[in-house]
Structures are given as C-alpha cells and as structure tokens.
Design a protein around this ligand. Structure first.
Ligand code: PLP
Length: 379
C-alpha cells in the first residue's frame, strides 16, 4: 500500500470539500442555478485579483489565457518585450511570435530575476514597444520577478501594456492588479486555487481594453471581448467547465474566509520552512530570488535528479517536480502552494533525506525536518 503526496507546482492537491462539491450532479449552464454560481465566482475573483476589472474564466489550461491575452489585445506586428528567464518566458515568446508580433527577448539567466532597469532602458530607447510580458513566478526556475518595480516603470508609457503571467502567483503572494497598474493578469486553476487543471482566468485593465478595440489578430475561442460580454450576463460564450466552476466557487469561498493577507503569510511561512529544510540537508537553492510558491533546489553533481524524482515517487509516494530543458536532472522543485500544508512539507523533506541516502549521498537524516519545523514553530 502506498499513500500519495503531491508537491508539484501544478497540479496541486485538492481539499476534500472542493472534491465533494465537484462530484455533485452537474447542472445546465444556461440556467438560473448556474448564473447564480457564476455571479458569486465573478465577484470573488475580483477580490482574489484585487481589481475592479472583470476576471474572465475560460475552459482551458493556463496557456489558453496567455494565448487569449495576445490574440485579444495586441495587433499584427506589434513590438513587445518579453522577459525570458525560463520555460514560461519562452512560452510568451512563442505565443507572441505565433501571432506575428515582433518579439524582443530580454534574456535572463535561468535562476535569476529580471533587472527592472533593463526594461526601463528598452522602453526609453524604443518608443514602439507595446507590451512588456513577464511571469510573476517563473515556475521552471522558482524565481519571483519584481513585478511591482517593473509595473512602476511601464505605467509611465501610455502605449505600453504590462502583461503578467501570474499562474504561479495569484493566491500565493500579493499581486494587486489595480494598485500596481498591471494591465493583464492571468492565472490557472491547478495552482493556488486548489482545483484540477482546466480553468484559465484573465483580467484586463481599462488601458488594455482600449488596445483590444483595435486588435486585428485572428481569434475565435480565446476572444476576450466576446467573453466579457457574456460574463456581464453571468454567462460564458461557450459551454463552461461547469463542475470546475462549482469547485472554483468553493475555493474562492475558502480563500475569502481566510483573507488574502493570511493566505500570503501562510505561503511565506511555508516557503521559509522549505528553504531552511533543504539548506539544512546541504542542498543550495537554485533561485537567486526564490518564490513563495515553490523551492527549486540545486543537486550535487553526483545525484541524478531524474532518478531522485522517480525514487521519491515510486518508493515513497512523494511526487515533486524535476528540472526542465537544460536543468533536467540538475534541480528538483518542491511546491508549497495551495492546499499543501506543514506536514506535507515535512513529509517531503523527510522523504528527500531518505531518498538521497538511498542514492548514496550522505545526509544528516532529519536535519531538513528539524530546520523546517523550527521555522514553522517560529523559533
Ligand atoms: C508560470 C506558468 N506559466 C504558464 C504555465 C502554463 O500553464 P498550463 O500548463 O496550465 O497551460 C504554467 C504551468 O505550469 C506556469 O507555471
């Protein structure tokens, strides 16, 4: 028998009350019952995104909201600056290029955060840049980018939008959309929202809606203007993922009850414990400015990260993420967002110590757990 522990940066575990809600008999989406559910979801999404702008909900993974942001708001040949410090920065580039935008790649060493002054330099030198695209957390490296500082620069440029992939950010740490003048913020269901994959969300500022009016890119399903008109009627343009929306209502109720400040503090505390835990095992952090969503850990050269991840999963029932692209086998990523709690983390650190021992790497078993527990206990 094996018990499964999921500590990946998406999907994340789902609280039992949400699972039970999603298991209830499905309702029809063109009905007053659904509209009541969706109205509550819409209201509570404003709270989560800290915005007055509608948060659109789409049936797709998070990438759908990224694609929709490009297709619905930008126009053929627009020049955009993309922060490229990992797998998901690359995704912005690929989507923008696919739609015929002219991409300027701001390459950032994987594991490092972007320097906002470089963005300012680009914007000062090139008045034709229409958008700055970045991640809140670059999940492939565990780095948190300085969104607030970047947005403070971008807001001075009337013809430039600040587009944030906060798929691993919303519900983890503070990303106050309106207060920071963010123009597009997207997220997905399978991260801090504690839901299965399948929902993407995007909110768009007034400034960005002005751009959308002139957008000449092809779009059909991911058409934000169309989706906005539907949302205003508590509806969706196409068949929504009804059960996921019902789960989302429950998740948002939980988040609202906890309160955003408590939610962010909880993630910060767990992240601090995770960092202390891996450091105590003698493993350095990979990210120079680590996110509170996940901890990326550099492995010793003699440890094959792919084998380590497999061993943890198959022998101990603990699923964490490995590295992507050139980081395959070189780093591991332990998530601590959403419905991941103190003891999930303790189990992961304990298992990590044991698995490293199995692989012949000498660790002080229990040191990781001890260090993490001290942080969690506020010592
Ligand atoms: C920062 C970030 N952006 C984009 C994505 C892509 O989202 P999805 O896989 O839901 O399409 C992810 C998923 O892991 C992510 O972490």
């Amino acid at each position: 028998m094996q018990k499964i522990y999921l500590l990946t940066p998406g999907p994340t575990p789902i609280p039992p009350n949400i699972l039970l809600k999603m298991a209830e008999p499905i309702i029809h989406h063109r009905s007053p019952q659904y509209e009541e559910v969706f109205q509550e979801v819409r209201e509570n999404l404003l709270y989560l995104f800290q915005t007055k702008n509608e948060v659109l909900v789409l049936a797709s993974s998070g990438t759908g909201a990224m694609e929709g942001s490009v297709a619905s708001i930008f126009s053929r040949g627009d020049r955009v600056l993309v922060v490229n410090g990992g797998k998901f920065g690359q995704r912005w580039e690929q989507i923008c290029s696919t739609y015929g935008l002219e991409v300027i790649s701001l390459d950032v060493t994987w594991g490092e955060a972007v320097d906002p002054s470089l963005i300012e330099k680009h914007l000062k030198n090139d008045g034709s840049i229409r958008g700055v695209f970045t991640q809140a957390t670059e999940t492939s490296t565990g780095v948190v980018h300085p969104i607030k500082e970047i947005a403070e620069i971008v807001k001075n440029y009337e013809q430039t939008l600040m587009v944030v992939d906060a798929i691993t950010g919303i519900g983890v740490f503070d990303v106050p959309m309106d207060q920071w003048n963010l123009d597009v913020v997207v997220t997905g269901s399978q991260k801090a929202l504690m839901l299965p994959p399948g929902l993407a969300m995007a909110s768009v500022s007034d400034k960005a809606w002005q751009f959308a009016k002139n957008s000449d890119l092809p779009k059909y399903y991911f058409n934000f203007s169309k989706e906005l008109a539907s949302a205003k009627k508590n509806q969706n343009s196409y068949t929504p993922a009804v059960s996921l929306i019902i789960g989302l209502r429950e998740a948002l109720r939980m988040i609202k009850e906890e309160g955003l400040n408590n939610l962010f503090a909880r993630h910060e505390r767990l992240a601090s414990a995770a960092r202390a835990g891996v450091l105590a095992l003698g493993l350095p952090l990979f990210a120079k400015s680590p996110s509170n969503a996940l901890t990326a850990v550099k492995l010793p050269q003699e440890i094959d990260g792919k084998k380590l991840v497999k061993l943890l999963r198959d022998k101990y029932g603990i699923t964490i993420a490995g590295g992507q692209d050139h980081l395959k086998g070189k780093i591991i990523r332990i998530a601590h967002l959403g419905y991941i709690t103190d003891f999930d983390l303790i189990i992961a650190l304990s298992g990590l110590g044991m698995a490293l021992g199995d692989m012949g790497y000498s660790v002080n078993l229990g040191e990781g757990v001890k260090a993490a527990t001290e942080v969690l206990n506020g010592q």
